[in-house]
Design a protein around this ligand. Structure first.
Ligand SMILES: C[S@@+](CC[C@H](N)C(=O)[O-])C[C@H]1O[C@@H](n2cnc3c(N)ncnc32)[C@H](O)[C@@H]1O
Length: 362
């Protein structure tokens, strides 16, 4: 079939290895998210799902288990070539052929960042063993430039759940609990990745306008979410049947249409993050912290308040307090409170808050 070219994407009904060689320049892709065929007999995949097969598109091209090692080596080498230095790649894999993918990755110059477990309800029934309910997501980078990781793209570092836990920390744990979308009554590919899963990877690892590639488009879910989030997309699907059935959906996606559905994180502009501490900064920290403790604040709250006021990260503040405990400032060092702090206002080094205040202010 002819490629599908839209203002935001290019999609080819071709084998991803030869297709990438033909159509994608080296070092040109910002992010790859892909879900290769599983090598477990794709036509039996439906047996894992309790669903009406009338809506599932045929034509899924499976890879024989005996060829999976070589197949993985070929496409992963090609993925490495097209990824730009500092670009990221997420590979979704079941357990059966995971070792082939890991081996292929280790034969490249790509570097492991995280091995993520994607947990969801799979729907398999077992009675004499545990129930399988996870997939693997291998998150790697191409070295050579700093990797894009949008730390506060979903939750600000200061945002807390009602029990005081950090929402940012929880979102960045390497076990992701995201259910599949069952889409009853809708046309679907055999194994579509959920929008929430794709959104998360795309938010953390790319910016609007970046190029996102999926080597195995299937139902075009990566491409649809990427375009919906204002990214550009490129990809390959070898099956003419699947390509024909799903490429038209892609054309209906309005670039950026998913952006308004995203949560707005509450982000403090910690202006002094990473800046060396002067003696005056240290003195201001100690004085303000002691004052907050004396006025009945918990240590955790006091650290949070001081960090915000001084435009520093919480960990940096905790570390400096420990340092000051071990070697206190000498009397010759200034211990003044900056005038703004005395008045109850943040000191001059305090950042402007860029967005709305935290939901649970300390
Ligand atoms: C696991 S599915 C991808 C599912 C997709 N992520 C989605 O959400 O719909 C793998 C897809 O790769 C396709 N495929 C198999 N071999 C391929 C190859 N060499 N090049 C491109 N696509 C291939 C299969 O036909 C199948 O549609």
């Amino acid at each position: 079939m002819e490629p599908v070219i839209t203002p935001s994407g290019r999609f080819y009904n071709e084998d991803c290895v030869s297709g990438a060689r033909r159509h994608i320049a080296s070092d040109s892709v910002d992010l790859i998210i892909t879900d290769p065929p599983y090598g477990i007999g794709g036509d039996d995949l439906h047996q894992h799902y309790n669903r009406d097969e009338d809506y599932v598109i045929d034509g899924y091209i499976e890879i024989p288990a005996s060829e999976y090692g070589e197949f993985s080596r070929d496409w992963i080498r090609e993925a490495e070539r097209i990824l730009r230095p500092g670009g990221s790649i997420y590979i979704v894999s079941g357990y059966t052929n995971l070792y082939h993918i890991l081996k292929a990755l280790r034969e490249t110059g790509l570097e492991e960042i995280n091995h993520i477990i994607w947990k969801y309800t799979f729907g398999v029934y077992t009675s004499r063993k545990y129930v399988s309910s996870h997939y693997h997501i291998l998150y790697y980078q191409k070295p050579g430039r700093p990797r894009r990781f949008n730390l506060e793209s979903r939750f600000g570092l200061g945002e807390r759940d009602p029990d005081g836990g950090s929402l940012n920390y929880q979102d960045r744990e390497d076990v992701w609990i995201i259910n599949r979308e069952y889409k009853p009554g809708q046309i679907k590919n055999k194994n579509e990745l959920p929008t929430a899963l794709l959104t998360k990877m795309i938010q953390y690892s790319s910016n609007e306008g970046d190029l996102v590639c999926d080597m195995f488009l299937g139902g075009f879910s990566t491409a649809k979410v990427a375009v919906g989030l204002g990214r550009r997309a490129v990809g390959f699907e070898i099956s003419p049947q699947i390509f024909a059935a799903r490429a038209d959906d892609l054309k209906t996606i309005r670039p950026g249409s998913l952006l308004p559905t995203l949560r707005t994180p509450v982000v403090d502009a910690r202006a002094n993050r990473g800046r060396p501490w002067s003696d005056a900064d240290k003195a201001a920290l100690k004085t303000r912290f002691d004052h907050l403790i004396q006025s009945g604040r918990t240590k955790k709250d006091a650290v949070e308040i001081v960090a915000r006021e001084l435009g520093r990260g919480r960990w940096a503040v905790e570390k400096m307090l420990k340092t000051l405990e071990a070697s206190p400032l000498t009397p010759s060092q200034p211990r003044h409170i900056p005038p703004a702090s005395r008045s109850g206002q943040p000191p001059r080094t305090s950042p402007e808050r860029t967005q709305t205040p935290s939901r649970n202010p300390p």
